[in-house]
Design a protein around this ligand. Structure first.
Ligand code: GDP
Length: 528
């Protein structure tokens, strides 16, 4: 392997995720991306997740979904000269922590917006997360085959609510039944849409030039409307600027329909052309650049495969620098141990395969036997930890009630392992032997109870408990911290990672406590 090959592999990589509100079209878009990536022949074959997949009650459904999503969590495919890694973010809001952490492992994101609905709450939240690292964002306004809102209003809304400038790359001609295609402002070319071609890649007719009479012949009166509208658009919107895009201040916008498989290729072209190749990542000792030859990576997600045939846990690691080769040794920094990795996995078209080698930007799957935690760093021996892989303060709390008191050891073990995975968070109050489970979404409690029974043979139920929210507590002044621990003893707990946590019975109590202890830090997120 020469240096130039290494640099070349890095330059080819595009690692991104889709951010969207449920139902905006993420799944449909993913399917079409795989179609262009030659990973499937006909769209509609990837998965038949039913329309009730957002349902919260049905266990088996959930298990199925978990089974499906483990194999589709990461998809690698070639497009043009690039190798694209698409990281799936779980659809259900209850797993949003996973989503946040997945976004720490990408170099760019694709925002899919339902053109009829505009900017929706979850998109806003996810954009906030992307902001933390100024992740470059590409945008796709979906469902042009429906009657959507006025495109100019949509861009206005994105600009004002999400606080990012919009640079339309394509502009739609008509909408709904009258959707005729898009005009590319930078190629001065119109691409015509044909209905009923959503399942395969089709030849699209292109017409060069805005004043081309062929355009009038093809789209009729809409050609005149397009010319007028473009005058307005050019005045009101922003021109694409690479620097602004890379710094997360401007998003190139594409219009199309994922269902009709139109505009998806324009977007992919934009992705390979503009989205950054693997970027550097900050550690507690230094910045790691992708081109550093020493291997480094961090774990952003752990998932248990619900397939009963191989009930294994997979840790998803993003390679940050260097080259992974099958059988190589790496240092598990938190444990201070060297491990030989010979059975790592890669994910092509949702199938796991044994991995021979991987480059910066790639995601590799490691078999986890309980030793790997979210946020763990692996290196070639150097001692450092990647930053910015947060745990979020839970909003919901329950006390665990064990049915069979003799099983408290198993309960401890199960609940600790599940909290390592990020499936839930666990708190042990200082003042008694309760076990309190904290979650961001209510579905997590059911998942935990189900998995405790299924995987650890422990049956439990939950009690309500008067905890409104939690904050991780830090204080540089050791004496003050001791003081604080004494005074607030009854509201303090240790979490699954061994960190001191304040469990506030009410929001008001939290505010008062924070006022009373101005030098104690109460944090909503915990980093590794
Ligand atoms: P997700 O929840 O974001 O993954 O959304 P899905 O991809 O499952 O799409 C939600 C619904 O919108 C499904 O019924 C899709 O068939 C539909 N849908 C997705 N894209 C389009 C589109 O471009 N046009 C129309 N009319 N429907 C779409």
């Amino acid at each position: 392997m020469g240096d130039s090959n290494f640099i070349n592999e890095i330059k080819k990589r595009r690692t991104f995720a889709i951010i969207s509100h449920p139902d905006a079209g993420k799944t449909t878009m993913t399917e079409k991306l795989l179609l262009y990536g030659n990973q499937i022949q006909v769209a509609g074959t990837v998965k038949g997740r039913g329309s009730d997949r957002h349902a919260t009650s049905d266990w088996m459904e959930m298990e199925k979904e978990r089974g499906i999503s483990v194999t589709t969590s990461v998809m690698q495919f070639p497009y043009k000269d690039c190798t694209v890694n698409l990281l799936d973010t779980p659809g259900h809001e209850d797993f949003s922590e996973d989503t946040y952490r997945t976004l720490t492992a990408v170099d760019s994101a694709l925002m899919v917006i339902d053109g009829a609905k505009g900017v929706e709450p979850r998109t806003i939240k996810l954009m906030e997360v992307c902001r933390l690292r100024d992740t470059p964002i590409l945008s796709f306004i979906n469902k042009m085959d429906r009657d959507i809102r006025d495109p100019i209003d949509l861009l206005d809304e994105i600009e004002s609510i999400l606080n990012i400038n919009c640079a339309p790359i394509t502009w739609p001609i008509g909408m709904g039944k009258l959707f005729k295609g898009v005009y590319n402002l930078y190629q001065d070319t119109t691409y015509l849409y044909k209905t009923g071609q959503g399942h395969t890649i089709q030849q699209v007719r292109a017409i060069k030039g805005l004043d081309n009479p062929e355009l009038d012949a093809a789209v009729g009166d809409l050609a005149g409307d397009l010319r007028d509208e473009l005058e307005l658009v050019k005045g009101a919107s922003h021109e694409f600027d690479m620097q602004d895009f890379l710094e997360g201040r401007l998003t190139p916008v594409f219009f199309g329909t994922a269902l009709g498989n139109f505009g998806v290729d324009h977007l992919l072209d934009g992705l390979v052309q503009w989205a950054p190749s693997p970027q550097g990542r900050e550690t507690d000792t230094r910045m790691v650049e992708a081109k550093d030859e020493n291997f480094t990576g961090f774990v952003f997600k752990i998932q248990a495969n619900m397939d009963p045939k191989h009930r294994d846990r997979i840790a998803f690691m993003r390679v940050c620098s260097g080259h992974y080769e099958k059988g190589m040794r790496m240092r598990h920094v938190r444990l201070g141990k060297d491990v030989r990795i010979s059975d790592a996995l890669t994910f092509r078209a949702g199938e796991r395969e044994h991995l021979e080698d991987a480059w910066p930007g790639d995601i590799i799957g490691l078999h986890n036997h309980g030793t790997i935690q979210i946020g763990d760093t692996f290196t070639n021996g150097e001692v450092m930890n990647f930053q910015g892989i947060p745990h979020f303060a839970p909003e919901l709390f329950r006390r665990v009630q064990l049915r069979d008191p003799l099983k408290s050891k198993q309960l401890q073990k199960g609940i600790t392992q599940l909290s390592e995975e990020g499936a839930t968070q666990v708190f042990m109050p200082l003042r008694n032997n309760d076990i309190i489970v904290g979650a961001v979404g209510v579905l997590q409690f059911d998942v935990v109870a189900y998995r405790l029974k299924d995987e650890y043979k422990v049956e439990c139920s939950y009690d309500n408990i008067s905890v409104a929210t939690a904050r991780w507590v830090y204080c540089e002044d050791a004496k003050m911290l001791e003081d604080f621990k004494k005074k607030c003893h009854d509201n303090l707990a240790i979490d699954g990672g061994g960190y001191l946590t304040y469990l506030a019975p009410t929001r008001v109590n939290l505010e008062l406590t924070m006022e009373r202890w101005p030098d104690v830090k109460f944090k909503k997120t915990r980093e590794h």
